[in-house]
Design a protein around this ligand. Structure first.
Ligand SMILES: [Fe+2]
Length: 380
């Protein structure tokens, strides 16, 4: 039976032009579904398993257990190589098959069947990374984010796939370890998945052959193969800034912070202070352990700083009562903000609230807090 979409809340932009993609998806980091990105190219002729057998039957790739079993639950990651034709035979004849092509650099034979979409011209100049995926009906990719920090144009070749996406800020709720989540989303019923999506501000669609989903960088994703399916992802080239960040240990806090340090197109560094804070301990000299501790402190500062300040900004987004003003002080004190962090908080306010909307009350609140912080032991 064909499973319906759960939320179907990702806009279908059809054959969007470059400007629409830039304005409504890349700059705002919002997902979208596109069609016709490969129109007229050989890859576009493959829409069914029969087409794939004919065109790519002898394509070789490795198959493994899913990432949840190996990375989260510690199952041995035994790999074997097979052809696409063999895998389709196995998938059709063996209902217990639990091996899939989790991710594989696309072989030249398949890579030669298309040109990367022109959307990539809006990112950093350079060669994209192209990965392919093949899985039997019922297998899944567990909830995770991509540690390479790249934006992805994810295309369905044959078979339908349910894709769930979550913005980085949801990570804290996902029991994250590295790039993985300890939550077994695959074990939820459809109703449970729907509740999970709604609870964490998720997006969901069922991707059909010929459709391409834009996955913004560092977003969490979970994928269900509703039918035996093949997909591929064209991954934007990285700027040196994003590349350096991707070299740090994968961590959900870094993931949350990193997405805001560079511009959405990856070309500019928008928060050089925090970027330098994070990179300095790694690039500088000194004992390894001291540098690791300094990095952890910088990461904690950047992460809690953003969360707390965002919450404080929300509290002050409307005329503040004394209680709300007091809460702002609590946020900063609880997080143990040093002077630099408080200065950063103020800069955040100046960015978050356009200067012409600053009221006399805003100024009084800030002046009040300058006085409180001075009185509380020379923080400023
Ligand atoms: Fe992924």
């Amino acid at each position: 039976m064909r499973k319906p979409s759960l939320l179907d809340n990702i806009p279908r932009a059809g054959t969007a032009d470059l400007e629409t993609f830039r304005r409504e998806h890349l700059e705002t980091q919002r997902p979208g579904i596109f069609t016709g990105l490969y129109a007229g190219q050989p890859i576009d002729r493959i829409r069914t398993t029969a087409d794939a057998r004919r065109e790519l039957g002898d394509l070789e790739f490795p198959i493994n257990p899913d990432y949840y079993s190996t990375r989260v639950r510690g199952r041995a990651n035994e790999s074997q190589v097979c052809t696409l034709a063999t895998y389709l035979d196995l998938a059709a004849s063996n209902p217990d098959l639990d091996l899939l092509c989790t991710e594989f650099r696309m072989p030249a034979k398949m890579r030669a069947t298309f040109q990367p979409p022109n959307f990539l011209a809006l990112g950093v100049k350079g060669r994209p990374k192209v990965m392919m995926y093949t899985a039997k009906q019922g297998l899944f990719a567990p909830l995770h984010f991509d540690g390479d920090h790249r934006q992805v144009l994810f295309t369905q070749v044959f078979g339908r796939k349910r894709v769930m996406l979550f913005p980085p800020r949801a990570a804290e709720q996902f029991k994250p370890t590295g790039i993985d989540s300890d939550l077994a989303v695959q074990d939820l019923t459809d109703a449970g998945k729907r509740r999970f999506l709604v609870k964490h501000g998720g997006f969901e669609c069922v991707l059909a052959p010929g459709e391409t989903l834009f996955i913004p960088k560092l977003w969490w994703h979970y994928l269900d193969n509703l039918e035996t399916a093949m997909s591929f992802g064209v991954r934007f080239h990285l700027s040196p800034y994003d590349w350096l960040l991707s070299m740090l240990e994968p961590d959900y806090r870094l993931q949350e912070v990193a997405g805001r340090l560079t511009s959405p197109d990856g070309r500019r560094l928008v928060d050089p202070d925090t970027f330098a804070d994070l990179l300095a301990p790694r690039l500088g000299g000194g004992p390894l352990r001291a540098r690791a501790r300094a990095y952890e402190r910088a990461l904690r500062r950047a992460y809690t700083g953003r969360g707390e300040v965002a919450a404080a900004a929300q509290a002050l987004a409307r005329p503040a009562s004394h209680a709300e003003v007091a809460r702002f002080g609590d946020y900063l004190r609880r997080a143990g903000h040093p002077a630099a962090e408080f200065a950063r908080a103020l800069r955040f306010f100046r960015i978050a609230r356009t200067p012409d909307r600053w009221s006399r009350l805003d100024l009084r609140v800030l002046n009040f807090y300058f006085r409180v912080f001075r009185a509380k032991g020379g923080l400023l």
